[in-house]
Design a protein around this ligand. Structure first.
Ligand SMILES: *Cc1c(COP(=O)(O)O)cnc(C)c1O
Length: 228
């Protein structure tokens, strides 16, 4: 299968489940996750009209960015280390993986210097699986979330998660629904939080994520092939 065909298939799935769940057509954005894949494949996707790409490593993204057209937009989806924040703020237009107040403060302070507002998602380990990064939704999370909202150079778009690691579609859906409910709870609690984006859904759980209200899906292997 070509990148063109893969992209078309993924877009068709997105359209179908937007329609199925009564959502407006075009309400789900496709982030093409190109991590580990050569820049040539990204350019192929670019030529099919794709502009938005997701990377999980700062270094890799930096090297690819030099070879990509100006109007490509890169989002960071992987864990961010403190010593890479400065680079990350220069390369990415959005960071999906903010998982501590410490890292949020660092992004804020560097964006202040750059005169830039960074779009972010706060990552939640919604299925509370040990293998996963992100906040466990406990009282520490609520405290830190409130602090993150106060950082003036950050624009908190919403929450991000990786769905439950399960073969059971209902368990996966429940985990996505829990992220949506948590976001609604945060909006009630913190009236200065207006985020209504949800970063959820990957190659294997697109239908569940879209049905549960995802606004941006992060799709890698269905577009670029498996990473092995
Ligand atoms: C790799 C990755 C994806 C894409 O996964 P696929 O299964 O290839 O679609 C999405 N989100 C995150 C956080 C990832 O690390």
């Amino acid at each position: 299968m070509s990148i063109f065909e893969n992209l078309s298939n993924v877009k068709n799935i997105i359209s179908r489940y937007e329609l199925d769940s009564g959502r407006k057509s075009g309400s789900v954005t496709l982030l093409a996750v190109s991590k580990t894949k050569p820049v040539e494949l990204m350019i192929e996707a670019y030529e099919c009209g794709q502009r938005l790409f997701g990377e999980n490593k700062v270094q890799e993204a930096e090297e690819k960015k030099k070879l990509l057209p100006e109007d490509v937009e890169l989002h960071l989806i992987g864990h961010l280390q403190s010593n890479k924040v400065k680079k990350a703020c220069n390369i990415f237009s959005c960071i999906h993986s903010v998982d501590s107040l410490k890292i949020a403060k660092k992004i804020d302070s560097i964006c202040f210097d750059l005169g830039k507002i960074m779009n972010i998602f706060v990552e939640v380990n919604i299925a509370e699986e040990e293998s996963k990064t992100g906040y466990i939704p406990n009282s520490l999370f609520f405290d830190e979330f409130e602090q993150i909202l106060k950082l003036e150079n950050l624009n908190v778009l919403g929450l991000m998660c990786i769905g439950a690691n399960s073969e059971d579609s209902l368990i996966i859906r429940t985990s996505f629904n829990r992220l949506k409910v948590l976001q609604d709870e945060l909006k009630h609690k913190f009236t200065n939080f207006h985020g209504d984006s949800l970063s959820m859904g990957m190659s294997n759980d697109l239908p569940e994520a879209i049905s549960e209200g995802s606004t941006i899906v992060r799709v890698g292997s269905s577009i670029f092939g498996s990473r092995i």
